[in-house]
Design a protein around this ligand. Structure first.
Ligand code: MD6
Ligand code: FE
Length: 218
């Protein structure tokens, strides 16, 4: 049975959580109640640590703009990938993790069955139309028992969700403003990526998609 919320909008409880496989679930719209605070907090972080295009170890410029919040930040350069407490552009620590980030990430993880998630790193990715993220595994963290929580804001993207080998076939998962993916357990090391974004417009974020990925890295 569907129910209606206070404002008469129909809610589909059985459709809100979409399992992708064992250990990975999409929580549709889970971030929407925090939208305003999230966007304000992102602006505050970006004012201290602007988006930048990192270089891959192979020497390519990443098309996604990146910055970080929290005690550790994910960085890439000619030496490799790593978590670093210092923003290499400013020489200062990364901006602290906003409370609304922490609260949302731990609530989403708990909702998906990972109670006690305390992220120490939030990677903030900014996409424009045409920007993509090639298939990769997230394997720079110490403890793969900890999940990852991924929050999508702004224009939609097609997420690619693959297997344990780069060549395994992948499924396509559309992600929209407010969707949260929680990803752990036996899914933690699955390959994944983002297809080139299509031109689009979002009322608040314009032509951008912003993704927050929360990890317990250290
Ligand atoms: C993105 N996300 O959605 C990129 N990684 O923009 C990721 O690379 C990612 O969403 C691990 C777990 C969830 C993710
Ligand atoms: Fe990833």
């Amino acid at each position: 049975m569907n129910t209606a919320d206070l404002f008469g909008n129909v809610v589909y409880p059985e459709h809100r959580d979409e399992p992708l496989c064992d250990g990975a679930v999409v929580l549709r719209g889970f971030a929407l109640p925090d939208e305003t605070m999230l966007l304000q907090s992102i602006d505050a972080v970006v004012a201290q640590a602007p988006f930048r295009h990192l270089t891959t170890p192979g020497g390519f410029r990443m098309s996604v703009g990146m910055t970080n919040a929290g005690p550790l930040g994910w960085v890439s350069d000619r030496h490799g990938y790593r978590y670093d407490p210092i923003d290499p552009d400013s020489g200062k620590p990364w901006p602290s993790m906003p409370d609304v980030f922490l609260g949302l990430a731990s609530a989403a993880a708990a909702h998906a069955g990972f109670a006690g998630f305390m992220p120490d790193a939030c990677l903030i990715n900014r996409y424009t139309p045409g920007t993509r993220l090639t298939l990769h595994q997230d394997r720079d963290e110490h403890d793969f028992a900890q999940p990852i929580v991924s929050v999508s804001l702004g224009i939609p993207a097609m997420f690619l969700f693959g297997g344990m080998q780069r060549t395994d076939r992948s499924i396509r998962v559309p992600l929209a403003h407010g969707d949260v993916v929680v990803w752990g357990g036996s899914a933690r090391l699955r390959y994944h990526g983002v297809l080139p974004l299509k031109p689009n417009h979002h009322d608040v974020l314009g032509a951008y998609r912003i993704n927050l990925t929360f990890r317990q890295a250290g």
